[in-house]
Design a protein around this ligand. Structure first.
Ligand code: AMP
Ligand code: MG
Length: 401
C-alpha cells in the first residue's frame, strides 16, 4: 500500500527517523586532529592543574599583610630577597617583611601569599617600594585551583572546540576518544543528471545534490561516501541502494521521491526493507521518504536542491545527532525583525529563506527550483504548522545556513 498520501508532521517524521538511528562506535584520534570531533567519554586530568602555586603577573611575591596601607604617598618598603627563575623550583622562601621578584607563571615562593604587580612597585637598589596593597591570593593561581587530578575536564558528547583542545592538552590527553564519524552514502537519481564536469545539454542538469548534501553532512561531522548518479532504472537503483546500505551507516538518496512513474525509490526501499514515511507536512520538501534497508536508515530527499537542503536541516540533522549523541547540536541562529508579511498554509511547517541586513529579515520569495535564493539568503525562518503566516515586524529566529 502506498504511504504517499499519509503525510506526517515534521515532529512525527523526526521521531521515526531518530528511532532508526544506531549509535556510532568510538575511536582514538591524536589531539591535534580532534577539533570539532565529538568526545566519546569524559576525559579526566592526570595531574593537578596548576601543579604548583604560581604568579599570574610579573611582580613581587609578598605576604599580603606586609602591604597593608601602602599607597603612592606612603609606600611600604620591602627588601628584595631574590628572583624566581622561570621553570625552576629552587627559589628562596620568603620571610616576613621582604619580597621576591617573580615572573608571570613563576613558582610562588614559600611564605608568600600574593603578588604585587610590577606596575604598582618601584625597585630602588636592594629595596622595593610597594605603592598599592594586595589581598591574600591576589595575582596568584593556587595549586589545583583550576582542576584537581582525576577530575573530568571535558564531558562526553561535547563537540570539541579550540578551547577544549587546549584543556585536553593540559590534562595530558594525547589520544582523544571520539565518536566515529557516521558514514553516509549519497546517491543522486535522475536520467537528466550529468556530472559537474559535463556542460549540460537541453533537458540535462548538473548534479548539485551530491555536493550540497556531502558538504552539509561534513559540516555535521560525517564522512560522505559517493555512489554517483544513478539512472531512473529499477535494477540499477536497486543494486546501488543495497550496496550503499550494506556499506554505510545511513543512506541519502535525492530525486525520485515523489509519485511520478519514474519515481521508484520508495518502491525499491519497500522491496528490500520498510518505508515508514512517504510525505511530510513541510514546505519545501513534502515528497520525502523515510525507510530502512539492511537495518540502516534510508532517506529519500526531493530532487530540487533547495527542497533537499531544507529537509537536511529540518529532518536529517536530527538523525545525525542521534547517531553521534552530540549534546549541544542546536543550529546557529540569530534574532531579526521580519521585513515583510509571510503567508503560510496551516497544517504544514514552512521554511522561508530570508536575507538579514541591519537586523531586518527580508523574505526571498521564489520558486522552490531556484538556486539563487540559496546563495543570497542568510538562512531560513521556520513558520510553525499551526500558523497561517507571520506579520511584518514580528521578531523571528533565523536558522543561519
Ligand atoms: P525529482 O525529485 O526527481 O522529481 O526531481 C525534481 C527536480 O529536481 C527536477 O527538476 C530534477 O532535475 C531536479 N534534480 C533532481 N536531482 C537533482 C540533483 N542531484 N541536482 C540538481 N537537480 C536535481
Ligand atoms: Mg527525478
Amino acid at each position: 500500500m502506498s504511504l504517499f498520501l499519509q503525510v506526517v508532521s515534521v515532529s512525527k517524521a523526526v521521531e521515526e527517523l531518530r528511532n532508526l538511528a544506531v549509535r556510532c562506535g568510538d575511536e582514538p584520534v591524536p589531539l591535534s586532529d580532534a577539533l570539532h570531533r565529538i568526545l566519546a567519554r569524559d576525559v579526566h586530568t592526570d595531574v593537578d592543574i596548576p601543579g604548583f602555586t604560581r604568579s599570574v603577573v610579573d611582580g613581587y611575591a609578598v605576604r599580603a599583610t606586609d602591604t597593608m596601607g601602602s599607597s603612592d604617598a606612603i609606600p611600604s618598603i620591602l627588601p628584595l630577597r631574590g628572583r624566581v627563575a622561570m621553570g625552576k623550583s629552587d627559589s628562596n622562601s620568603l620571610r616576613p617583611v621582604e619580597c621576591i621578584y617573580v615572573p608571570t607563571g613563576g613558582i610562588l615562593p614559600d611564605g608568600a601569599d600574593a603578588v604585587v604587580m610590577i606596575e604598582h612597585a618601584e625597585q630602588i637598589g636592594g629595596e622595593v617600594l610597594i605603592k598599592k596593597p594586595v589581598a591574600y591570593g591576589e595575582n596568584v593561581l593556587f595549586f589545583n585551583e583550576d582542576f584537581s587530578r582525576g577530575e573530568p575536564v571535558v564531558k562526553c558528547y561535547k563537540k570539541l572546540s579550540a578551547q577544549d583542545i587546549g584543556v585536553l592538552a593540559a590534562a595530558g590527553c594525547r589520544d582523544v576518544p571520539v565518536v566515529q564519524r557516521p558514514k553516509i552514502g549519497i546517491l543522486s537519481t535522475g536520467n537528466e543528471l550529468v556530472p559537474v564536469t559535463v556542460r549540460p545539454q537541453a533537458g540535462q542538469v548538473r548534479d548539485v545534490n551530491s555536493y550540497v548534501i556531502a558538504a552539509a553532512i561534513r559540516d555535521w561531522g560525517c564522512s560522505p561516501v559517493f555512489y554517483g548518479i544513478i539512472r531512473d532504472e529499477r535494477e540499477a537503483l536497486s543494486t546501488v541502494i543495497c550496496k550503499a546500505t550494506a556499506e554505510c551507516d545511513a543512506v541519502l538518496i535525492s530525486g525520485g521521491s515523489s509519485k511520478d512513474d519514474r519515481d521508484m525509490v520508495a518502491a525499491i526501499i519497500a522491496e528490500h526493507g520498510t518505508v515508514l514515511v512517504h510525505g511530510i507536512a513541510i514546505a519545501p520538501g513534502k515528497p520525502t521518504i523515510i525507510g530502512q534497508c539492511n537495518g540502516k536508515p534510508v532517506i529519500g530527499l526531493p530532487g530540487h536542491p533547495a527542497s533537499a537542503f531544507i529537509v537536511l536541516i529540518a529532518i536529517v540533522h536530527h538523525l545525525i545527532t542521534a547517531m553521534t549523541g552530540e549534546t549541544d547540536s542546536s543550529m546557529r541562529t540569530l534574532q531579526a525583525t521580519l521585513g515583510q508579511n509571510v503567508s503560510s498554509s496551516k497544517g504544514r511547517e514552512e521554511y522561508v529563506r530570508v536575507a538579514v541586513k541591519d537586523g531586518i529579515a527580508t523574505p526571498l520569495f521564489g520558486k522552490s527550483g531556484l538556486l539563487n535564493t540559496l546563495v543570497r539568503s542568510t538562512g531560513v525562518v521556520r513558520v510553525p504548522a499551526e500558523s497561517e503566516g507571520l506579520e511584518t515586524g514580528t521578531r523571528v529566529e533565523v536558522i543561519v545556513w
